[in-house]
Design a protein around this ligand. Structure first.
Ligand SMILES: [Zn+2]
Ligand SMILES: [Zn+2]
Ligand SMILES: [Zn+2]
Ligand SMILES: [Zn+2]
Length: 348
């Protein structure tokens, strides 16, 4: 979880020692108590804080002023995101892909059609229903399963109520039907089945590549990223780094969060640190945890400004705030499963 109280201090060492000179006790980061006024020094207890008060006063006032400015900037950032105006004019000088749609923010995922909450951005906690082509969040799926089980009903799709398939073949027949109407998710899922030999399909890299390419051409973001990987690793197609790059860029433009993070990594490898940070600012703002961590690092070495960092952090929190209820409900279902396990033990 993100800390709600960020330190107002670039030097993590300062927060790992009690600021009282007579004490200087060392502790793990964030285990000491931060001065709440300035959040730039820590103490082991109130006594240490009191002893240090006289020396700290001037520094504390300065720190409190910075915090105030930061809070103001955070507020502005919130308003800025609320109006959904994003700066696309800023050009980078070392990007070969630099054009207007390359540095656009990642749009939120579609909503779960049942609970209307946005689906998790990283593709976790959701499942594709090949009956109706809907992607449902796991908590809606789990809740439906619980009720079905409780009432002794036939398991079926929580959305369209079609009974669940009873065999791999039946599943694949449904996927094929969806493929016939150019459902890019169904095509991508089929390609994955052929890559890994899932759902009763034989492993077939060529077929996996062909299907994935078809899904990518239909605009499926994850398929674009996967095609890029097929080209770079020579899976089902001869290696072609130029093509790999082409599809990586496509994935980024289509809003694939992982592709955005990875392209940041490859810029970092080329020593394009500022450009890397620009990519991570986008993926962090869309809710990608690893990207946010990269931005925190970049902020420490002043590659991103405090305003950029707080904007990304603000947006990151907002994205995950919406997901909170998904997590909560999943926990409820887990608790339910535990209770069931206990019941079974009592039965036997
Ligand atoms: Zn102390
Ligand atoms: Zn202070
Ligand atoms: Zn849902
Ligand atoms: Zn359905």
């Amino acid at each position: 979880m993100m800390r709600s109280f960020l330190p107002n201090c670039d030097d993590i060492n300062a927060l790992m020692h009690c600021a009282n000179q007579d004490c200087r006790k060392k502790a793990e980061p964030f285990t000491l108590k931060m001065c709440t006024a300035c959040r730039s020094v820590s103490y082991c207890n109130v006594d240490c804080q009191r002893t240090h008060r006289k020396n700290h006063k001037h520094h504390c006032n300065q720190g409190a002023q910075t915090l105030k400015e930061c809070a103001q900037s955070l507020k502005e950032c919130g308003e800025y995101f609320a109006t959904k105006h994003h700066d696309t004019k800023e050009k980078s000088d070392d990007a070969d892909d630099d054009n207007d749609d390359f540095f656009q923010p990642i749009l939120p995922q579609d909503d779960c059609p049942i609970c209307t909450l946005p689906l998790p951005i990283d593709g976790s906690g959701q499942s594709y229903n090949e009956c109706c082509g809907n992607i449902l969040c796991s908590s809606c799926g789990n809740e439906d399963m619980r009720v079905t089980y409780e009432r002794g009903l036939i398991p079926c799709c929580a959305f369209c109520r079609q009974p669940n398939p009873l065999s791999y073949n039946e599943t694949f027949v449904r996927i094929k039907k969806r493929m016939d109407i150019n459902d890019s998710t169904a095509i991508f899922i089929a390609s994955q089945c052929y890559e890994f030999g899932n759902s009763g399909r034989p492993k077939n890299p060529q077929k996996a590549f062909e299907l994935c390419l078809r899904a990518a051409e239909l605009g499926h973001p994850k398929a674009c990223n996967t095609v890029s990987y097929y080209y770079s690793d020579g899976v089902g197609v001869p290696k072609d780094m130029a093509k790999s790059r082409e599809y990586e860029v496509k994935a980024v433009k289509r809003g694939d969060i992982k592709a955005r993070y990875n392209i940041g990594l490859s810029e970092q490898e080329k020593d394009n640190f500022r450009l890397a940070s620009r990519h991570w600012l986008i993926s962090a703002a869309a809710g990608h945890k690893d990207s946010l961590e990269m931005i925190a690092e970049s902020y420490k070495i002043k590659l991103v400004t405090k305003k950029e960092y707080s904007t990304a952090l603000f947006s990151y929190r907002n994205v995950h705030k919406d997901e909170w209820s998904i997590e909560r409900e999943t926990t409820v279902v887990d608790a339910y499963n535990c209770a069931q396990e206990k019941d079974h033990k009592i039965d036997s």
